[in-house]
Design a protein around this ligand. Structure first.
Ligand code: PMP
Length: 306
C-alpha cells in the first residue's frame, strides 16, 4: 500500500476516519500475535462491483477465531455489511479488504480474557507480487525456513502470529533476489508459498499440496480446484517432494492477493521451458473470466457491493 491511505475504516461497529482508527500500545495482539484476519478482493464486473467469496472469507475468519478462542462480538451478516460499507465509504474500485479481530487491551497474561476488537480496512490493490507478474511469472526459491510442525501452531487458522513464518520466508526470498519463497513442511515435503498455495502441472493434470502439509486452506485454491474439475481437468491433492518443483511441466502460486502467479523458475532451475504454460493460462482465463462474465458464476461467489 502506498503512503496515500484511504479515508475511512470500519472499527468496532462504526465507520471512522483512517487517522482515528487507533489501538492502545498494550493491546494483547501487539505483543502475542493474537489476531485473526482475512484478505478479500473486490472486482468490477459487468453487473457492478462484486466482493469475491465474501461470505466464505468471513466464515473462515470465524473458524480462525474459534481455533484461538477469540470471541467475535458481531455476526457474519454484520461483518459482511461492514465490508460493503467500508468499500462504499472509500469509493474503491478494486479493493483489497482486511477484516480482522484481535485481543485488545485488558489484563496482561497470555490467558487474560481481553475484549475483542474488530476492524475492517481496505485499499486499492493491483498485482501483489509486482507489475506484469501475472503474464511473465516470478522466480521463486525454496526457503531455508520450514512451516510449523503439526500440533504446534495451527496452520489452518489465518492468525497474525502465523505470519512471522511467512515473513521469514518472504524476506529471505527477497534478500536473495527471488520474487517469492516456497516453504517445506516439517516433514520435508512441500507445503506452500509465504502467502500462497501451490499448484504443479504434470501431463495436463494439476497437483496441489494437501491441507495436512501445514498450509492455509486457501479460498483461491478451492476456487481453482472447482473451476478445473468443471473444465474436465484432473486435480489431485497429494503430498509432493521438493524435487517435483524442478520436474513439473508448470507451476503457479495462488491466493487472494497473488491471484494466479506463474512461477518460471525455482532455485535457478527453469520450470518446464521457463515460459508461462498452457494450463496456467487456462486457469488464469477461467479465474479472471469470473469477473468479466466469460466464466459463469454458478456458485454465487460474486457478492455485490450493492
Ligand atoms: N497460504 C497463506 C499462508 C496465505 O496467507 C494465503 C492468503 N490468504 C493463502 C495461502 C491463500 O489463501 P486465499 O486463497 O484464501 O487467499
Amino acid at each position: 500500500m502506498s503512503a496515500s491511505y484511504p479515508e475511512f475504516v470500519w472499527q468496532n461497529g462504526a465507520i471512522k476516519p483512517w487517522a482515528q482508527a487507533t489501538v492502545h500500545i498494550m493491546a494483547h495482539a501487539l505483543h502475542y500475535g493474537s489476531s485473526v484476519f482475512e484478505g478479500i478482493r473486490s472486482y468490477p464486473t459487468p453487473d457492478g462491483q462484486a466482493i469475491f467469496r465474501l461470505t466464505d472469507h468471513i466464515k473462515r475468519l470465524f473458524q480462525s477465531a474459534k481455533i484461538h478462542d477469540i470471541q467475535i462480538p458481531y455476526t457474519l451478516e454484520q461483518l459482511n455489511a461492514a465490508c460493503r460499507e467500508v468499500i462504499k465509504a472509500n469509493k474503491l474500485e478494486r479493493a483489497y479488504l482486511r477484516p480482522f479481530a484481535f485481543r485488545g487491551l485488558g489484563g496482561f497474561g497470555l490467558s487474560a480474557d481481553t475484549p475483542t476488537e474488530v476492524a475492517v480496512a481496505c485499499w486499492n490493490m493491483g498485482a501483489y507480487l509486482g507489475a506484469d507478474v501475472l503474464e511473465k511469472g516470478i522466480d521463486a526459491c525454496v526457503s531455508s525456513w520450514q512451516r510449523f510442525a503439526p500440533n504446534t501452531i495451527p496452520a489452518g487458522a489465518k492468525a497474525g502470529g502465523n505470519y512471522l513464518s511467512g515473513q521469514l520466508v518472504a524476506r529471505e526470498a527477497r534478500r536473495l533476489g527471488f520474487g517469492e519463497g516456497i516453504a517445506l513442511a516439517s516433514t520435508g515435503l512441500l507445503s506452500e508459498g509465504a502467502g500462497e498455495n501451490l499448484f504443479l502441472a504434470f501431463d495436463g493434470a494439476l497437483h496441489t499440496t494437501p491441507v495436512s502439509a501445514a498450509l492455509l486452506n486457501g479460498i483461491t485454491r478451492n476456487t481453482l480446484i472447482t473451476l478445473a474439475r468443471e473444465a474436465g481437468i484432473e486435480v489431485v491433492e497429494r503430498d509432493l517432494p521438493r524435487e517435483y518443483l524442478y520436474l513439473c511441466d508448470e507451476l503457479f502460486m495462488c491466493g487472494t492477493a497473488a491471484e494466479i502467479t506463474p512461477i518460471r523458475s525455482v532455485d535457478g532451475k527453469p520450470v518446464g521451458d521457463g515460459k508461462v504454460g498452457a494450463l496456467t493460462k487456462q486457469m488464469q482465463k477461467l479465474f479472471f473470466g469470473l469477473f468479466d462474465g466469460s466464466t459463469p458464476d454458478r456458485w454465487g461467489w460474486l457478492e455485490p457491493v450493492g
